[in-house]
Design a protein around this ligand. Structure first.
Ligand code: ADP
Length: 448
């Protein structure tokens, strides 16, 4: 097994990876920016290396600094977590060239899936159903008008290199198409340095359902069911649950085997997530993430599997211990993303944590890297914790979540905790009757 792994990340996910490494007897190396000197992942790792200033482009995103940290510490492998360099094919390639194992899929798979147009083409060859839309890039306004006419309005313009909902434009009719097309192109250029735009039918009331997959890199693959991530704001996930209250388990089994078949045929290595929109009992592929997701703990809860351990074993070449027949989900799990944000605008709320008390008891997992006196830095993503509950049934999971949210104390910064308490009182949510627009519509009603 690897003797030492460097974690190229910060916050709760760095801690999450350190936990599994410790249980596996693997030494860990934390990297940190000058803003994270007092961060918990630095304290919990066996060694740590400062890799630059607060600005993430000069630290957590600096490939030379991270490679140097690997070399100084003699790290044999890198776990990238999520975000930062986790889906950067160039990073994976440079690591490979330095003889350091990237814990994730091959360079080729990262780059194919990183381009959403290529990803759709690839998935179509494996009979994965995709959202109707353009065959690849939409080059100009005239082409856009023609394709939109064919697939029917509303349509969605998306950036091929997009992420985090940036660069997406909903076009209601051909009157707005030209302006929105040019806007989408310039936003994509600015954010991703790639102005390639493609078009999809805009689905009006879908759920976001994603399938967790794992491959051993040699053709063996499994799926670990779905996660329903329909509760979103600005195309960003806020709360996730599994199983989905809106999809029949038999349909999940079918789409799950389509996904594991694709992953096996691709000879994909490690963890991945195949994201779909689900409407009128049909699945439509939108993208694949070639890394561990923020919301992976709900899958771990119902399957009783440590996904990070599985990633590390596969990366080391020990093969996959998972087999489809032995993967039997149990109960229901829900995750709330606790962000340091001030409502109603969800503006970042960095600052000093004056008091932090984590809930506990049966079926509760709190993944967080904050502590009393911790300064939430203003430089990074506002996620400060994830509260995950697991229970025998959905209704028990809802009661448990409500109880846990009442126990959770975070003073000093504004958080999304109260938002979850209010959502839990909503009839639609209690019944599981929501789609990707539900939260935004509900928030709009609250302001009036
Ligand atoms: P990103 O990489 O920016 O997260 P995705 O393609 O994963 O982009 O889409 C993010 C979210 O945007 C989805 O979960 C969904 O809410 C919305 N979305 C994406 N494609 C469509 C579509 N064709 N119709 C309706 N909503 C969509």
């Amino acid at each position: 097994m690897f003797k030492k792994i460097l974690i190229a990340n910060r916050g709760e996910i760095a801690l999450r990876v350190i936990r599994t490494c410790k249980e596996m007897g693997i030494k860990t190396v934390a990297v940190y920016s000058q803003a994270d000197v007092d961060a918990m992942h630095v304290r919990m790792a066996d060694e740590s290396v400062c890799i630059g200033p607060a600005d993430s482009t000069k630290s957590y995103l600096s490939i030379p600094s991270i490679i140097s940290a690997c070399e100084i510490t003699g790290s044999e492998a890198v776990h990238p977590g999520y975000g930062f360099l986790s889906e950067n094919a160039n990073f994976a390639e440079i690591l490979r060239d330095h003889g350091i194992k990237f814990i994730g899929p091959s360079v080729n798979h990262i780059s194919t899936m990183g381009d959403k147009i290529n990803a759709k083409v690839q998935m179509e060859t494996f009979n994965v159903p995709c959202v109707p839309g353009s065959d690849g890039e939409v080059k100009n306004v005239n082409e856009a008008l023609m394709i939109a006419k064919k697939i029917g309005y509303p349509v969605l313009l998306k950036a091929a290199s997009g992420g985090g909902g940036i660069g997406m434009k909903i076009v209601p009719s051909d009157v707005q198409l030209e302006t929105l097309f040019l806007q989408a192109k310039s936003e994509a250029k600015k954010s991703f340095d790639d102005d390639t735009i493609y078009m999809e039918k805009y689905l009006e009331k879908p759920r976001h359902i994603e399938i967790q997959v794992f491959g051993d890199g040699n053709g063996k693959a499994v799926h670990l069911g779905e996660r329903d991530c329909s509760l979103q704001r600005r195309h960003q996930k806020v709360l996730e649950e599994t199983p989905s209250p809106g999809v029949d388990p038999e349909e999940i089994r079918k789409i799950g085997s389509v996904c594991s078949n694709a992953i096996g045929k691709m000879k994909y290595e490690g963890a991945g997530t195949i994201e779909f929109l689900y409407e009128n009992k049909e699945f439509f592929f939108i993208e694949m993430n070639t890394r561990l997701q923020v919301e992976h703990p709900i899958t771990e809860a119902i399957y009783g599997v440590d996904l990070v351990r599985e990633q590390i074993n596969i990366a080391f070449g020990m093969g996959m211990s998972l087999s489809q027949n032995n993967l039997n989900p149990k109960g229901h799990a829900i995750e709330c993303r606790i962000n340091a944000e001030r409502l109603p605008a969800f503006s970042p709320s960095p600052g000093n944590i004056k008091e932090f008390h984590s809930p506990g008891g049966i079926g509760i997992r709190m993944d967080s890297a904050i502590y009393n006196g911790f300064m939430v830095p203003p430089h990074y993503d506002s996620l400060i914790g994830k509260l995950i509950v697991h229970a025998d049934s959905r209704s028990m999971a809802l009661s448990r979540l409500s109880r846990a949210l009442d126990e959770l104390i975070i003073d000093g910064v504004d958080t999304t905790v109260d938002l979850f308490k209010r959502i839990l009182e909503e009839e639609d949510f209690i019944c599981g009757d929501y789609n990707i627009h539900w939260l935004e519509n509900w928030l709009a009603d609250q302001v009036q």
